[in-house]
Design a protein around this ligand. Structure first.
Ligand SMILES: NC(=O)c1ccc[n+]([C@@H]2O[C@H](COP(=O)([O-])OP(=O)(O)OC[C@H]3O[C@@H](n4cnc5c(N)ncnc54)[C@H](OP(=O)(O)O)[C@@H]3O)[C@@H](O)[C@H]2O)c1
Length: 276
């Protein structure tokens, strides 16, 4: 069980990844993202999740550099966007991301969405990057079980991570169990439901009982389910709040109460019907 912000899960290739990281989707390039990443690193976060799509890789890279924290202590994730999918185009997109981030290697490179007819070639490019040592781990995002089964037909290398929408209104039980069985680390995006429904009575009651906030209750629930989580905030007090989840524990009955909130409700797109 994760003990503090530096606690890690071990991916199936042996690479260690922090259980908690900072997400930076919609953190504006420039001062906003730079300050958020610096606040997170100062708080003790050692994992940052960005993507080419977020258009803030330069700021993320600059904040990491200016923090003075050795590069090898930070776990950096970025993703190849849909329009860059395919073998050669992915390799090119990777180099562009790496240039913007100003780093020699990426810790985790993900296929952002399973673009039909392209994601197998994209995966082949990720395998090349992995075998060349340009990335320490490779994975997928928004992949359903059938997408991973398709990948398996074309590759001996299973993704190390699958990053998906996951929160109390979308508990993805079957996918979580499948990933655990396959040795793929599940990672939750929009863990805080993008700031919605934090006043749900189950969450507020548990928050009051533990002297925590609803956000902290959810993030603790992620950890206890063995799910990596990357809440986004650009506010220092929330960045700190979201990391203060290592000093309490939810009972099995409390975990069940949160699981029971599931409505298969998505705030983002469905991986089988996305429009981009
Ligand atoms: N792979 C994918 O397709 C995909 C899709 C979406 C997201 N992601 C990744 O996952 C990360 C997290 O997801 P997300 O950004 O969509 O949503 P989220 O982390 O669930 O929620 C972020 C929202 O909640 C607010 N917030 C943060 N901490 C809070 C707290 N303690 N109390 C109340 N409100 C709080 C933030 O506002 P302030 O910033 O104003 O504090 C922001 O509006 C992203 O940043 C990105 O890195 C990946």
């Amino acid at each position: 069980m994760a003990l503090d912000l530096t606690s890690t899960t071990t991916l199936h290739n042996g690479v260690k990844m922090p259980w908690l990281g900072l997400g930076v989707y919609k953190a504006r390039e420039g001062t906003e993202v730079i300050n958020a990443v610096k606040a997170a690193l100062n708080t003790g976060y050692r994992s940052i999740d960005t993507a080419a799509l977020y258009e803030n890789e330069e700021g993320v890279g600059r904040a990491i550099k200016e923090s003075g924290i050795p590069r090898e202590e930070i776990f950096l994730t970025t993703k190849v966007w849909n329009t860059d999918q395919g073998y050669d185009t992915t390799l090119k997109a990777f180099n562009e991301s790496r240039r913007k981030l100003g780093v020699d290697y990426i810790d985790l490179y993900l296929i952002h969405w399973p673009v039909k007819e392209k994601f197998i070639d994209t995966w082949k490019a990720l395998e090349t990057l992995y075998r060349e040592g340009q990335v320490r781990a490779i994975g997928v995002s928004n992949f359903q079980i059938h997408h991973i089964e398709e990948l398996k037909k074309h590759s001996d290398l299973l993704p190390m991570v699958n990053q998906v929408e996951y929160h109390p209104l979308l508990t993805q039980k079957e996918l979580l169990q499948y990933c655990k069985q396959e040795g793929i680390q599940l990672e939750a995006w929009s863990p805080l439901m993008r700031g919605n429904n934090l006043d749900h009575p189950t969450l507020t009651a548990l928050a009051e009982k533990h002297g925590k906030t609803p956000a902290q209750i959810i993030l603790r629930w992620d950890l206890q389910h063995g799910v990596v989580t990357i809440p986004k905030s650009v506010r220092e007090h929330r960045i700190k709040e979201n990391a203060d989840i290592f000093d309490f524990e939810l009972s099995p009955a409390e975990m069940d109460q949160i699981d029971a909130m599931n409505q298969n409700h998505r705030f983002g797109q469905h991986p089988d019907h996305f429009k981009f």
